[in-house]
Ligand binder design. Sequence first.
Ligand code: HEC
Length: 186
Amino acid sequence: MKNNLKIFCMSFVALFLTNCTCSGGKNRTDFEIFHDMIKQQNIKAQEGDEKGTFMRLPPENTRAQNREYYPYKGDPEGAEENLKNPFQGQFSPELIGIGKRQYERACIYCHGATGAGEGAVAAKMTVKPPSLLADKAINYSDGRLYHIIHEGQGLMGSYRRQVRSEKERWALVNYVRMLQKRTVRE
Ligand code: HEC
């Protein structure tokens, strides 16, 4: 009898401690010892606050870490004017080696080994790729060449996913510059 009383008392205490939130009906299985987390004043994801704000916009000037932001999207002239080459005039074997590898991976099929447009795929194209050694491409700024790699131009698609890092793209720009210089010299 004494034992029974003890068990009865203990289960009463246990019930008190777990503080069952049974209001949600029989399908609700969560037990909260402390109610603060349930009873707090909060706004559910799809609820507006008193100002009618729903999903909040991130504060100004914040950026997701895992996204690349390209400020000259749809603005080739802006890139021509303002996008500066951090490796301008650098033709070290290391940098040119990186550029050459990218050119041979992504561009050579159309623009050809010399850049004149004699690539293997170009032979089968109805609209031929223009020569990168022509005045038009020579007169583009480095920023514009980067832009063409990043965004494409007319019939040529974007190659930013093939030439992935900024350094590789600028190295590729410098490699194109080297092809242009080489031809002008010869
Ligand atoms: C599938 C073929 C193809 C590949 C691969 C290709 N291009 Fe092009 N490229 C073209 C064509 C076609 C044009 C002309 C686009 C237009 O203006 O309509 C062009 C235009 C250009 C121009 C502008 C030339 C001008 O006179 O306006 C540059 C610079 C250029 N490509 C560089 C590159 C670089 C660097 C790569 C490698 C990342 C590359 N291209 C890969 C086909 C290609």
